[in-house]
Design a protein around this ligand. Structure first.
Ligand SMILES: [Zn+2]
Ligand SMILES: [Zn+2]
Length: 115
């Protein structure tokens, strides 16, 4: 698909309209971006500089996205009586199974148990 220079309406940060050049479109495509930039090149540069100035913050953001800590709840398996943990809050009116029993149960009987 050939790139054509476009003029985008307004930068999200400063409100100016700015050109989205062919080179930038190619660079964006190379980096895997599908969307048009929502900021002018200057504001993008400013944001990048800010982000570079606070590496801890972006590091934390990445960690949060990748491995959100799971809250495990201790339960007793309704089938074999083994103590186990489930990643959801167990309800009194619902049978809770350990991993082994759960995998042995037919899928359809508790599709809604969040496992
Ligand atoms: Zn701007
Ligand atoms: Zn069990």
């Amino acid at each position: 698909m050939p790139f054509i220079e476009k003029t985008l309406v307004a930068c999200r940060d400063c409100g100016r309209s700015y050109p989205f050049t062919v080179e930038e479109q190619e660079a964006f495509a190379r980096q895997g971006y599908r969307n048009e930039p929502s900021r002018c090149p200057e504001c993008r540069e400013t944001r990048r500089a800010k982000r570079a100035a606070s590496p801890m913050r972006s590091f934390n953001d990445n960690v949060n996205q990748r491995s959100e800590p799971r809250v495990m709840h201790p339960v007793v398996c309704s089938r074999c009586g083994k103590a186990t943990e489930v990643p959801f809050l167990p309800r009194a009116d619902r049978a809770v199974y350990c991993r082994d029993c759960y995998s042995q149960e037919p899928r359809s009987s508790h599709e809604r148990s969040n496992y």
